[in-house]
Design a protein around this ligand. Structure first.
Ligand code: G1P
Length: 292
């Protein structure tokens, strides 16, 4: 079985939820404390053994390219000033092969994945969506790779969400549990209303595919929102071969809307040695003020 070493990060979305900030700054560059959200995703990929990464971008995403290019002048300067922690922080993913692919038109997540067809060839690959940061002892992408190495089947990550939130996600209709964490799936539905949702198990932005999904995407017609939906292609693939769902039991931090982005900043801040004590004092004081 071929080792999984390739990943695609779709990053061509317009980021309208964060306007006006995202007029000139890609939403993937919004920081959690001092690190762009996409950097956390690339680090998860690296920790999971991914060596080759394609980031799918569109117009106005140049800052992502700059972020992942090594900046010699800056690195020299940090070295001379002996700021080694900072130097390490800007060099973390310099050893990965990162490619940029342009999606000509925003035609949907399925189309974004298909733009990386030549990069993928016939290899198995991971798709990582940027809005969700995942924390667990074993990185979620590594969990999917471990699962794939056992089953040989395309596998995506799901997590239980409150039933009224199913309309924000792709949702699975599970059949049986193959083991403690993995479900066999009857159907994959993109953003069903709570009345139609077949379960509370939502697709959370990490997928592992064999290359057959690309053949399916070639003929997938636009679905919800008139966009080519990855979930629709997965549902079609599932009719000719098994596609499994792996339940994630770690912590998920959503950075995709204003409130959850703010919450994620606070949660991450509370775990950061350089600011956690002061942040905690501030939150306690604020709590007292709000109680008055
Ligand atoms: C996309 C997918 C959806 C998935 C979600 C996870 O939706 O289409 O199936 O559940 O990501 O974040 P989006 O959030 O881009 O609307």
């Amino acid at each position: 079985m071929k080792k999984v070493t390739k990943a695609i990060i779709p990053a061509a979305g317009l980021g309208t939820r964060f306007l006006p900030e995202t007029k000139a700054v890609p939403k993937e560059m919004l920081p959690i404390i001092d690190t762009p959200t996409i950097q956390y995703i690339v680090e998860e990929a690296k920790q999971s053994g991914i060596t080759d990464l394609a980031i799918v971008i569109g117009a106005g995403k140049g800052a992502i390219e700059d972020h992942f290019s090594s900046n010699y002048m800056l690195e020299q300067n940090l070295k001379e000033k002996n700021k080694l922690d900072m130097l390490e922080s800007v060099q973390k993913t310099n050893d990965m092969n990162i490619y940029f692919i342009r999606q000509a038109y925003p035609k949907g997540l399925g189309d974004a994945v298909l733009t990386a067809k030549t990069f993928i060839g016939r290899d198995p690959f991971v798709v990582m969506l940027g809005d969700d940061l995942m924390k667990d002892e074993v990185p979620l992408t590594q969990q999917l790779i471990n699962s794939y190495e056992k089953s040989g089947a395309s596998t995506l990550a799901v997590m239980r969400v409150p039933h009224e939130e199913t309309s924000k996600y792709g949702v699975i209709d599970p059949v049986d549990k193959v083991n403690d964490e993995v479900y066999d799936v009857r159907q994959f539905v993109e953003k069903p209303s709570p009345e139609e949702a077949p379960s509370d198990l939502a697709i959370i932005g990490r997928y592992l595919f064999n290359a057959d999904i690309l053949d399916v995407l070639e003929t997938t017609k636009p679905g919800k929102g008139n966009e080519v939906q990855l979930t629709d292609a997965i549902d079609t693939l599932n009719k000719t071969q098994r596609v499994f769902a792996h339940e994630f039991k770690g912590e998920r931090f959503d950075t995709g809307n204003k409130l959850s982005w703010l919450e994620t900043n606070i949660e991450f801040g509370l775990k950061r040695a350089d600011i956690s004590a002061d942040l905690k004092d501030y939150l306690i004081d604020l709590g007292k003020k709000l109680d008055k």
